[in-house]
Design a protein around this ligand. Structure first.
Ligand SMILES: Cc1ncc(COP(=O)(O)O)c(C=O)c1O
Length: 407
């Protein structure tokens, strides 16, 4: 063997070695633990071999050290720092990325809770209609402790089909009504609707709310759980009091991890006991979480987000072409930007053969993992995601199975 041939391949080349055909990303094949995965389109990332192996290697490295020793602590702080650097590089705009504080906590919901706790004791907590049910639970929890009032915005299932300007009017009118005469309120607003995958133009909404006089008495928490890494970079990060997102969704981290990005942090700001801020958390640290996030971010950097997103966009196009004669994509005429996540429902002249629970069971029996949602009590919607680790054959199986679900 020649010297050159013996040279270690850079990580990037090793990763790309599995990228054989443009339409198939074999390198990112998920670990299925013996189960058949005909289609995997859920929000939480399944395990991906490369990321799992890399995570295990980092955890083994840590286990060589005495827990709590200076060396062990230094390794953990180094991993957290690497994650911050990679997040800045991969997700944040170059002009302002150094100004942000980036913290890690045990999940997205916890990140939202921390953002609420830092919102200067709001009297009202307003929850947008695009929030995941677990965020509503966080808001309920927070108001129970703080004595604030919970104000979920009203939105009918059909409103998701309206044009964005109409949706925005519904939203802004209600927020203006809620904050009238209040000392302070907090608004939780998703950047990508968890149900439809459509992008909420959050900067435009913030501008409009400010024009309605909501600048001084409204703290805005942006939830980017489905935005960060999902075919786009987070927006509005420097226009809100906190931008939170998930590492274990579109960033493929194998363990739950919530990320809080804040700018202009006042000196002496509240430091949560369980957050990876400038020091380790005060509680027992989750080494797997940091090792997992470091590994997934290294993986994404190696493959390149743009390339992965292009793959997802092609999967999405293929899916829509195939199902369009029989399904509607929720909000497709709204004029909103799209991501690698969407929801479908049968066209007017078609009906599901099953009620929601049976539909979910039927899909799983076919090894199709997609989310059946009850947002419209009359017609279930099915949410489908096109993460980078699936390929065209998976989409075809999904379409074949969906065709058998209608009467
Ligand atoms: C938009 C959004 N925010 C928050 C969450 C909660 O995330 P976690 O399970 O990490 O708390 C989810 C979960 O899917 C979500 O979709």
């Amino acid at each position: 063997m020649t010297r050159a041939a013996r040279q270690v391949l850079p990580a990037e080349e090793l990763l790309l070695a599995g990228y054989k055909r443009p339409e198939s990303l074999n390198v990112v094949a998920p670990v299925t633990n013996g189960d058949n995965l005909n289609f995997y389109g859920l929000a939480v990332a399944p395990e991906i071999n490369w990321i799992r192996n890399s995570t295990n290697e980092l955890v083994h490295l840590y286990q060589h050290y005495v827990p709590g020793s200076a060396r062990a602590t230094a390794l953990l702080l180094e991993l957290a720092d690497e994650c911050r650097t990679l997040i800045r590089e991969l997700l944040l705009e170059s002009g302002s990325r150094e100004r942000f504080r980036i913290e890690f906590v045990g999940g997205t919901s916890r990140a939202v809770e921390i953002a609420l706790a830092r919102a200067d004791r709001p009297q009202k907590v307003i929850v947008s209609p695009f929030e995941h049910p677990s965020v509503m639970e966080v808001a309920r929890w927070f108001v129970a402790i703080s004595g604030a009032q919970l104000c979920p915005l009203r939105f009918a299932p059909q409103d998701h089909f309206r044009s964005w300007p109409e949706q925005e009017d519904i939203l802004v009118k209600q927020v203006a009504e809620v904050i009238k005469g209040n000392r302070l309120a907090a608004l939780i607003l998703s950047e990508v609707n968890y149900a439809t995958g459509l992008v909420i133009p959050v900067e435009q909404v913030i501008d409009r709310l400010h024009r309605c006089g909501a600048q001084a008495n409204l703290k805005i928490i942006l939830d980017g759980a489905h935005a960060a890494g999902n075919n786009q970079h987070p927006r509005g990060v420097n226009r809100c009091s906190a931008y939170v997102f998930s590492a274990h969704k579109w960033l493929l981290a194998p363990e739950p991890c919530g990320v809080i990005v804040s700018h202009n942090v006042p000196p002496g700001a509240l430091l949560p006991y369980d957050a990876w801020s400038s020091t380790l958390p005060a509680t027992t640290v989750n080494v797997h979480m940091m090792a997992g996030l470091t590994s997934s971010l290294r993986f994404l950097k190696g493959l390149g987000l743009e390339k992965l997103w292009e793959h997802s966009r092609r999967l999405r196009r293929r899916f829509i072409e195939r199902i369009h004669p029989i399904f509607n994509v929720v909000g497709e005429d709204s004029g909103m930007e799209t991501t690698a996540l969407l929801a479908i429902c049968p066209r007017r002249e078609r009906r599901w053969k099953f009620a929601a629970p049976e539909l979910s069971a039927y899909l799983q029996k076919k090894s199709v993992h997609a989310l059946v949602m009850g947002i419209d009590p009359d017609v279930p919607w099915v949410r489908v995601a096109f993460p980078c680790f699936i390929n065209f054959e998976h989409v075809d199986v999904l379409c074949n199975v969906l065709e058998t679900t209608l009467s």
